[in-house]
Design a protein around this ligand. Structure first.
Ligand SMILES: [Zn+2]
Ligand SMILES: [Zn+2]
Length: 372
């Protein structure tokens, strides 16, 4: 149905989708292509522009309908003449496509938006972007055996949290909601960004309503409209089996909450493993030392060795030298990322008695006489 005589770009072709593609398919394809042709990764600048241009139109229901009817000329600067400019002015494309500028929806780009922001000097997380709270750090002490087998541990974090009364919206739960005048309820506005590559019309989250598109007439009394409450929260941290002391766990969304419409940061938990009276660790092996009577080393026999799985019987061969290391296979620490476990390495040493009864003393004297 493209009926204009101007050069018309096939936005569907640019995004690699067919004309009946769903909104989701279009979005997915856009994200994939935008990453692929991202100039920062050596992608082609023009191609990247085209992809963004195509998505600005096909990613929007109304614009897509217009495009299906009129083709891309409807969206190109001057392409539709005066009438076009008026007719589509409400889409906010003023000076957008063609020529020097192009539009980028920063939020749709996800991480890439931040990269671009840095690249073109918008400043990631800057004015109008979805606010993100600070990340937090905490330390968690766990027992040796909890590190070996994993555990659910409680961790108390004092932080700026979502207000419980208004669920972080800042609005009184019973208040009247009105449409935000700044963005006309869209939650997003266009912001011209001058850069060395020309002018961007960055689509950003509305700063007045934080992207919600609406405002409440009464503030939440609990948080005075900030949506935030500083409070202690008890979290349950899932410590995976096999974690080592000093390793970190990231708990997404448990950092500071920045306020209405914002996204909480993440919590980074550093794990400290307490020492154990019997066991220590060498990577995924558990290491221990055991002292047994000298006679057992000389004559051989069986002993019980304590492991993280409980006692294991170990056969001591006749004439075992002091300091021999025995390996108990698979009795070590589970691999954090993968299958299997390390081993238990036990060093066998002779125990020297610090007290002897008369009989023991007599026998040892006899042995000494025999050159032992
Ligand atoms: Zn509140
Ligand atoms: Zn707004």
């Amino acid at each position: 149905m493209t009926q204009n005589g101007f050069m018309s770009k096939d936005y569907y072709k640019i995004l690699g989708v067919d004309k009946n593609a769903s909104e989701d398919e279009i979005k997915k394809s856009f994200r994939r292509l935008a990453h692929e042709h991202h100039p920062d990764k050596g992608g082609d600048q023009q191609k990247f522009k085209d992809i963004n241009e195509a998505y600005q139109v096909l990613g929007d229901k109304q614009k897509r309908a217009k495009y299906d009817q009129f083709g891309s000329a409807a969206f190109e600067q001057g392409g539709f003449g005066g009438a076009g400019a008026q007719g589509y002015g409400d889409f906010g494309f003023g000076g957008g496509f063609g020529g020097q500028g192009f539009n980028i929806n920063m939020d749709d780009l996800g991480d890439l938006g931040d990269v671009l922001g840095g690249m073109f000097g918008f400043g990631g997380g800057g004015r109008g972007r979805t606010k993100r709270g600070s990340d937090l750090e905490a330390e968690l002490q766990i027992e040796f055996l909890e590190a070996v087998f994993g555990a659910d541990k409680e961790l108390k974090v004092y932080k700026h949290d979502k207000c419980g009364k208004c669920s972080g919206s800042g609005a009184d739960p019973g208040s009247k909601i009105t449409t935000c005048a700044t963005c006309q309820g869209k939650g997003r506005i266009q912001q011209a960004q001058r850069t060395i590559l020309g002018t961007f019309n960055a689509v950003v989250t509305c700063p007045d309503c934080s992207g919600r598109g609406e405002k409440a007439d009464k503030h939440c009394v609990e948080c005075h409209g900030t949506g935030v409450k500083k409070q202690e929260k008890t979290l349950v941290v899932k410590v995976p089996a096999g974690i080592s002391s000093g390793e970190g766990l990231k708990i997404a969304g448990e950092g500071e909450f920045p306020g209405p419409g914002g996204k909480a940061g993440d919590l980074y938990v550093r794990v400290r493993v307490k020492s154990h009276p019997t066991f220590s660790r060498n990577d995924h092996d558990v290491v221990s030392e055991m002292r047994i009577p000298f006679s057992l080393l000389a004559l051989g026999g069986k002993i019980d060795v304590a492991t993280v799985d409980g006692d294991v019987t170990l056969k001591i061969p006749e004439g075992t030298p002091a300091g021999t290391v025995f390996k108990l296979r698979g009795k070590g620490v589970p691999y954090l990322h993968g299958y299997g476990r390390g081993d238990h390495l036990v060093t066998i040493l002779p125990a020297v008695p610090d007290k002897l009864n008369r009989e023991q003393r007599k026998t040892l004297e006899d042995l000494k006489g025999l050159g032992m």
